[in-house]
Design a protein around this ligand. Structure first.
Ligand code: NAD
Length: 430
């Protein structure tokens, strides 16, 4: 691996923004256009935005940082992360560094199978309707296979048709069909919604009922991505904390999330800090990924942690994260937004599965960052320095004054805007 293709960039955080951009440019990974898109010199323009959503009057920017040190399945990846919250990029990068000595992240994903739902109403005998559908399953599957010629050519398309009766709904019993559909490199919403709409009249003809909703499920539990990492015990000690203390503290903190939904919600939010940042950077639908994550976390009837942490036979810390990951590299905004395209290029992503595997690795790193901080010195210590910079800027500090004011606020342990304004006033008089 050449130095340029490595995701290790010691001292990157100390460089100026321009110096960091130069380092990325040197990479030779991006074209001039892509480089400009990722460095905000030429990202999405108004015209493109006007074609994406309705009533466009402008653009809204967010910071894009690079998650460093990531090795995913033996490959170094520079990870673009779009997020407004301080500490996220630093936390993920630091944990990815701790994971490197044991090989980084091992990730895998299931085939890109999404679920399309059809709600069949007004059937007098639900079981007879189920039987009628199953009797013609092959015909329905063959029909579904012809709907999207691109998917057909790429080896995607229908994989199964499942039928069940929901008997205890507020409107009584009805039938639900699940079309299992391999969407290849797409997120798949449009593709699957189209397929469901096309199959609905046939289902109505077979059953005499009325197909009401025809829409994908965001509980994409057949499209899972999983990452694992090992943090060698030696990597865990810091400050006054022994490696064993840090390791056991992390496992105890995870156990809290595993057992308690109040804690699990915050624990999973920490995972999503990393996940969403990459989902957003690549122009994917973060609401879909969020919905899938939380529904999956409650799949056994009680909301719980998406990750697990334990120690291995050698006493090292072992983490794993599994969650639905409905992301694409074609369709939606992924191809339209210049920065999203450049983000995929920077990561050398070849398929939707590649992307899912990087994202879930970042989620696991982010989870570890939060657990390590919470289990040792508390989240606020690391967070406060970065938070203080935001408070300083909000109070009106500019240039070098941002760092000076932030430091003063942290030293005083009073990171509040009123104090920041007071200090600025005081210093401007002296
Ligand atoms: P799309 O329909 O624009 O593109 C998908 C198409 O890409 C597929 O039909 C397939 O033919 C093609 N494709 C797949 N792999 C390919 C490859 N390797 N090369 C070339 N083409 C390939 O996009 P989509 O992914 O179906 O839909 C995503 C959009 O739908 C997102 O913007 C999302 O926000 C939106 N959406 C989401 C929901 C939801 O999550 N509930 C509902 C409706 C719409």
């Amino acid at each position: 691996m050449t130095e340029k293709s490595s995701s290790r960039r010691p001292g990157f955080y100390k460089l100026s923004i321009t110096e960091r951009q130069k380092q990325l440019d040197l990479e030779g990974l991006l074209s001039v256009e892509e480089f400009n898109a990722i460095t905000a010199q030429a990202g999405l323009d108004l015209d493109q935005a006007g074609h994406m959503i309705e009533n466009v009057v402008g653009l809204h920017s967010l910071p894009l940082g690079i998650g460093l040190n990531f090795v995913v399945n033996g490959r170094d990846v520079l990870v673009p992360m779009v997020v407004e919250e301080p500490s996220v990029v630093a936390g993920a990068s630091f944990m990815a560094k701790l994971a490197r000595p044991a090989g980084g992240f091992r990730a895998e994903s299931t085939p890109p199978e999404m679920i399309g739902q059809m709600q069949l109403l007004e059937v007098s005998d639900p079981q007879a309707a189920v039987n009628a559908i199953l009797a013609e399953k092959d015909k329905l599957m063959a029909e579904a296979g012809e709907i999207d010629p691109v998917l057909k050519k790429l080896g995607g398309g229908p994989r199964d048709l499942q039928v069940r009766i929901i008997s205890d709904s507020p409107i009584g019993a009805f039938v639900v069909l699940h079309l299992i559909y391999d969407v290849r490199d797409a997120m798949g919403a449009n593709a699957i919604n189209t397929a469901c709409e096309r199959l609905a009249p046939i289902v109505e003809g077979l059953t005499g009922g009325r197909v009401h909703l025809r829409i994908l499920s965001n509980l994409a539990d057949r499209r899972l991505a999983k990452a694992e990492c090992t943090i060698l015990l030696d990597e865990l000690a810091f400050g006054d904390f022994t490696a064993e203390q840090v390791r056991d503290g992390i496992i105890e903190a995870w156990a809290f999330a595993a057992a308690d939904p109040y804690r699990a919600a915050t624990h999973n939010k920490g995972i999503m800090n990393g996940v969403d940042a990459v989902v957003l950077a690549t122009g994917n639908d973060w609401r879909a990924v969020e919905a899938g994550a939380h529904a999956y976390a409650a799949r056994d009837g009680r909301y719980t942690s998406l990750s697990t942490w334990s120690k291995d036979a050698d006493g090292n810390l072992k983490g794993s994260l599994e969650m639905p990951m409905a992301v694409g590299i074609v369709g939606g905004a992924t191809k339209v937004h210049p920065t999203a395209r450049a983000a995929l290029k920077l990561m050398k992503i070849q398929s939707a599965s590649d992307l899912a595997e990087v994202i879930v690795s970042v989620g696991l790193a982010q989870n570890l960052a939060a657990l390590r901080a919470l289990a040792t010195e508390g989240i606020q210590r690391g967070h406060m320095g970065l938070h203080a910079r935001q408070v300083a800027i909000a109070a009106g500090a500019e240039g070098e004054m941002v760092d000076k004011l932030a430091k003063q606020l942290v030293d005083e342990k009073t990171v509040r805007i009123d104090r920041a304004e007071e200090l600025l006033k005081l210093w401007s008089r002296s």
